[in-house]
Every structure is written in C-alpha cells, then in structure tokens.
Design a protein around this ligand. Structure first.
Ligand code: GLU
Length: 312
C-alpha cells in the first residue's frame, strides 16, 4: 500500500520532471476545439482507497476526457446488456488506429473492441436503446458525477459541437456499422450521444476518483457502494490492458504494466488493482494518439513505486 508522504513526493517529482521536458508530443488537431489547448499543461492525481487524492501540477484543471469516457460507457452497457454486448462488439486488440475502418469490412461491421471508435459507437448505441439521446446522455453524465462524487462534472459543449461538425470518419464508421445492423438507432442520435460523452470535461482529481471502483473489485472503498461485480471489474481492467491504447496497447503494457485507457485530449486513466486509481494529463500525443508525457509519467511512477500487475 502507498504511504501518503512518499507518494506525495513521488508524484511531485514526476510532475516537476514532466513540466521541464520540451518533448511534449502533438496536440490532436482533427477536433478543432482541442487544437486550442495549451500543450504546456501537466497534471497527475492518485486516488487511494480512503478517498485521499495525492495531486501535482495541473490536477484540478478540467480537460476533455475523450476516449477515457469509453471505460464508463462500457461499464454502463454491460449493466444493460450483460454478455449479450459481446455480440455487438468484440474484445480483442485491434492493432489498428483508433479511427480505423479497415477491419470493419472483413469482420461484418462488428468492431474489434469497445475502445476503438467503432466499438465505442456500438456501445453508445446499446446505452441509447429505448431512450431519447438527452436521457441517455444524462444517464452517462450522472454516472460520472456519482463515481467522482462531484456534481460539477459537465460536458464541454464547444468540444462536442466541434466534433459534431468535423467527425466525418466517425460518421463513416457509424453508417458502415448501420449497414450491417450493428447500429440500431438513427445514426445521428447515436453519434450525438457519442460526441457528447467524449466531450465530458474532468480534472485529474475527478477522473482518478471516478476510476476507484475498477481498482477495488467494483466497489467504492470509501463509501462501500458497489458499482459492479468484482468479476466485471476484473474483465474491464483486462480490456483496458489489452485494448486501452489502440495500436500502442502492447507498448503501454510493456512499459507501464497497468490497465489504462487514453483519450485524445491527452488524459490517461490507469488502475493499480487493490491500491489506487491514477489520472494523468498532458495534451501532446504520440503517433498512436496516446498522451506522450502521460505515458512517460506513468512509466516512471510504475518503476519508482514498484507497482505493476506483472511485479515490481
Ligand atoms: N472523440 C474522439 C473521436 O471519436 C475520441 C478519440 C480518442 O480519444 O481516442 O475521434
């Protein structure tokens, strides 16, 4: 278990080192609103079982969580559909880019996993079934507020609208899946909910708190609330490890050794089973679309603290 004073100095050291670096990766500019973010930000937060959050850098500044929202929509969709979800989406690493369309043709419109864009759009479609888009979106937002125990978590409408105006690839993916019957709702509705949940803005502190149930067998260890079963938490962690960083998932597992999920806003949520939920944020991305300094910070954290699911 982490001792708070040592953890505080470790997280502060890493944040100081990251802020001093000049290699910051490239900001995602295919969503125009994200291109406006200052690449100089770096934040880190580690949430412990008792609700203590150790933070450093820009850990209180909200950022666009983008694909990290896919961990939470997967959790909700599994609650709705259970194992039937796996008929609509697979659970194998894709080995292709986050927005790739190539596998969809040979695999008959069934996306490889819930964390590539196509898979997350299919998952969103499951959450939407039988609801108005605003109701489904409200459900997702309430879940994020409940998990982070923070009612101020909100959606950045400018980011959502920016992606809605320019998300032609996602429109192509959704329409292609619709042609195979994998998307059941009107494509515009499903994409509307998808773009908006990707545009949820959270700070590292809020995100680390929201991830706690994954570190603690599906329960919030602080309040005792059960969110999902321990078996489901274990499986979501497994999918984070194998698919959470697109075609950089193998490298992330090799370097960091923790289940993690990245987003093109530059955030990463990483889980230390039984011990902590960690959020890092640095907006510049590597070639696979994952936070460049975020990954380096988590690698340093895992190495120096000796935590990884594969041993020290
Ligand atoms: N909203 C983004 C998209 O669909 C999410 C991608 C990501 O964060 O990796 O392109």
């Amino acid at each position: 278990m982490f001792a708070v004073p040592q953890l505080r100095s470790l997280v502060t050291d890493i944040a100081d080192e990251m802020r001093a670096r000049t290699d910051r990766g490239r900001i995602a500019d295919y969503i125009p609103e994200l291109a406006r973010v200052d690449p100089g930000f770096f934040g880190m937060a580690v949430a412990l079982p008792d609700g203590t959050v150790v933070t450093a850098g820009d850990a209180e500044t909200p950022f666009s969580i983008q694909s990290i929202s896919k961990v939470f929509t997967l959790t909700l969709a599994l609650g709705i559909a259970g194992d039937r979800l796996w008929k609509r989406v697979g659970r194998e690493p894709s080995g292709t880019a986050f927005n790739s369309i190539v596998q969809l043709e040979s695999e008959k419109g069934v996306p490889r996993n819930p964390f590539i864009n196509a898979g997350a759009i299919a998952v969103t479609d499951v959450i939407l079934a039988g609801h108005k888009p605003s109701v489904a979106l409200g459900e997702i937002l309430r879940f994020m507020r409940f998990l982070s125990d923070d009612q101020t978590v909100t959606i950045d409408k400018a980011v959502a609208e920016s992606e809605q105006r320019t998300g032609f690839r996602n429109m192509a993916l959704a329409n292609y899946m619709k042609s195979f019957g994998v998307i059941e709702n009107p494509v515009d509705y499903t994409l509307g909910v998808y773009f908006h949940h990707c545009a949820i803005a959270m700070s590292c502190r809020q995100l680390a708190l929201a991830g706690r149930f994954l570190a603690h067998s599906g329960r919030n260890p602080d309040t005792g609330h059960s969110v999902i079963s321990s078996e489901r938490a274990r499986r979501i962690n497994a999918i984070m490890l194998t698919c959470g960083h697109y075609d950089g998932s193998g490298d992330f597992a090799y370097r960091v050794g923790l289940p993690g999920k990245s987003g093109v806003g530059g955030g990463i949520l990483a889980i230390v089973p039984g011990q902590a939920s960690i959020a890092v944020w640095s907006p510049g991305l590597d070639d696979a679309g994952n936070s460049h300094l975020g990954r380096i910070a988590l690698e340093a954290f895992a190495k120096r603290s000796g935590v990884s699911i594969f041993g020290a």
